[in-house]
Design a binder for this molecule. Structure first.
Ligand SMILES: [Zn+2]
Length: 346
């Protein structure tokens, strides 16, 4: 198998056979907005409402998919190299999109978006990656230092996902399904005292007791409800202020939501001591800001065994970055995908 469209050249330096530079088109596609730019880094960004299930609950999945292909086909310049960051689990080897509830509802049949785009606009070179991959490339470009061996980006948002890149070899390893780091759908450890109250919470994927069941944005709403917090549905609005006010229910919710994320980070460093840099972003981490960072760091500072001796502020300061809103941009990151596609391999 080969990557979606491999190239040895950085995407912005690619030249067509005629010798003219191909126009660069980039899009960041989510359930709410589609952001697009033409012309490479620094080009103006256009934002249009996403033709998604979220915005059009009445439209069929087939219609929504056709609308997306039409939107992108309309905007992409002739002969362009198009780099798309997509807010869904995606097979990085083929461009096939696995489930994306905000975009297309609960349809669980994989959809070969790349194939439809190529049929619609065969003159364009299409590159498709997951938005966490695109975010990682932007994060790495800003934060990696000389000597950084591997770098990860973890998003804690409407879903939870992680991506790791090997900077020494310019590789993003994927499995035979073209996936890496869909950690939100791993079983969640409920090891904190009293955490068993959260057992059995559902996940967006249809299973129960996944990391995203309780630690994602919707997961925190479910956890708040289970804890009997009165304003559970408004947890995103309520929680930051309640933490400022040292509300005990808010504190408990933060602890239970952060615990499995800290456990994930601890496991990552146990398995890969050369993971020199991890960025944490996404709506939950950004919305809870200092409270979230402090709770994760507090947990990582605690020794759990000789294999996990606890990490002090200096150690974490070198390796763990909590990103603020807008600091990591998948639209900017996806422009770098041309450098990486040859290294996106099973
Ligand atoms: Zn799940």
């Amino acid at each position: 198998m080969s990557p979606v469209a491999a190239s040895q050249d950085p995407i912005e330096d690619h030249r067509t056979a005629a010798g003219a530079p191909a126009t660069t088109f980039a899009a960041d596609i989510g359930g709410t907005w589609v952001r697009m730019s033409t012309g490479g880094p620094g080009a103006p960004v256009e934002r249009v409402p996403s033709p998604s299930r979220l915005r059009h609950p009445d439209r069929s999945t087939a219609r929504l998919r056709a609308d997306m292909v039409e939107l992108l086909s309309d905007r992409v310049p002739a002969g362009a190299r198009a780099a798309l960051s997509f807010g869904a689990a995606i097979d990085h080897l083929t461009g096939t999109v696995y489930g994306s509830a905000p975009l297309w509802g609960a349809a669980d049949t994989p959809y070969d978006l790349a194939a439809d785009l190529r049929r619609s606009r065969p003159d364009v070179t299409w590159h498709l990656v997951n938005d966490v991959t695109a975010a990682l490339l932007d994060f790495a470009a800003v934060h990696a230092r000389p000597g950084t061996r591997r770098v990860a980006y973890l998003t804690v948002s409407s879903g939870i996902a992680l991506r790791i890149a090997d900077l020494e070899r310019t590789r993003i390893p994927v499995d035979t399904w073209g996936l890496q780091g869909e950690v939100g759908h791993l079983p969640v450890p409920l090891t904190d005292p009293g955490a068993e109250v959260l057992a059995g919470l559902p996940c967006e994927c249809g299973a129960t007791d996944h990391l995203a069941s309780l630690a994602s944005g919707p997961g925190l709403v479910r956890a708040a409800r289970r804890l009997g917090i009165p304003r559970a549905p408004q947890v995103a609005d309520w929680l930051p202020g309640a933490l400022d006010a040292n509300d005990p229910g808010a504190r408990r919710l933060l602890e239970l939501g952060a615990a499995p994320v800290a456990h994930l980070l601890r496991t990552l460093w146990c398995l890969d001591p050369h993971l020199d840099l991890i960025g944490v972003g996404g709506g939950v981490a950004e919305g809870l800001a200092g409270h979230y960072a402090a709770e994760i760091r507090r947990r990582l500072a605690t020794a759990t065994s000789y294999a996990d001796r606890g990490r002090d502020d200096a150690w974490l300061g070198d390796r763990l970055v909590f990103c603020g809103p807008g600091q990591v941009d998948p639209l900017r990151g996806v422009l770098r995908i041309g450098d990486w596609l040859p290294g996106v391999t099973p």
